[in-house]
Design a protein around this ligand. Sequence first.
Ligand SMILES: [Fe+2]
Ligand SMILES: [Fe+2]
Length: 413
Amino acid sequence: MIRKISTKALEVGMFVSDVGRTWLNHPWKTKSRLLTERSEIEELIAFGIEEVYIDTSKSIKPAKEQSKPKYSPLTDKSQPVNRQQQVKKSEPVEPTVAMETEFPKAAKAYSKALDTSKALVAACRMNKRIELNEVQEDVNELVESVSRNRDALTALIKLRHFDDYTYTHSLNVSVLSISAGKTLGLTNDELKILGLGTMFHDLGKLRIPDNILNKPGKLTDEEFAIMRNHAALSAEILTEQNLNVNDQVIKVARSHHERIDGSGYPDHLQGDQIPPLATICGLSDVYDALTSDRVYHKGMLPHDALKFIYSLRGTHFQPDWVDRFVQSVGIYPPGSVVELNTGHRAVVMEVNNRSLLTPLIKVVADPHGQLYQRTKLVDLSKPSESQGWSISRVVPPSEAGFEPSDFFSFQPE
Ligand SMILES: [Fe+2]
Ligand SMILES: [Fe+2]
């Protein structure tokens, strides 16, 4: 829905559809954009623009509280046309366990699953049997951790940046997918299937020649065609292994690169033909690929990656799914370093699904960058705690002046 509002009432997360001026008279290259920083609003105000048009359907500001969906991607085949749209309604996920308690448990589950991910790659490289029980056990632990406190594992993804992408990617996609699935209201059984499928989603890459897989430059059309085979190869490996898994596990692997406009691969599925769990895997896959540091380039900041994913809304992914994914990851994911309107620096501890712009933060440095001896936890959504503080920008980790993971080191149990 298009609405005209005062520039002063704009907020980060709103989608400006038209600044109402010709390009000569406004500061942006295009008339529309998703607002991700306060400075963009200030630019408009500085230009003397008093009113703009916003598109509420494209804004990623959190929707008002909605009722819980009755949605099952595995069993609900009665209304295939509406299946993806049913995801629209979801409920904020409240943690049942505090971050302090969950973080060490999540760290243990993550490193155990990382070992399994390495063993999985080794087994496939040598054409050996996949130890399904071990992967299942690890995935179950991930699902349980996410069920207790969704943000502990997602914070770990953000904070760990020293492991090899080959092993971490599948695990990170699994964690992000389970977390998004939780926000979408999937049952634990569905989350376990999703977790397993995502752990296996790129196994087919092990059958792609190294010179193509690790090529630093742009792939030729021919190389790209070979690369695109990996999704079908992942499904092939799982079928060859004759694993006793739900069909959906194999579908996640085969269809994670399918896109609603039919531009994906390997089957050029369109719209609702794409299995819902494969869509969640696809979104997490793009997000992790964009935000991960690789040998040849630094990863994007989460909000830049979300902006990119947002640009695929309606062409590659169903708009509602993109919205829910953003709601799950958060505009400021746990582990992000942010600067407040006062210049203080803080680390994001937990996402607030009801209000993405006001997460739970730990204020760690004063406006001069001096670290505090005693840090302070502040829930920005509670006026009594926030004292007028708001997030003004995301600080890249290299500019933070401290290691954000230090502020997640809680006392061992
Ligand atoms: Fe892939
Ligand atoms: Fe992937």
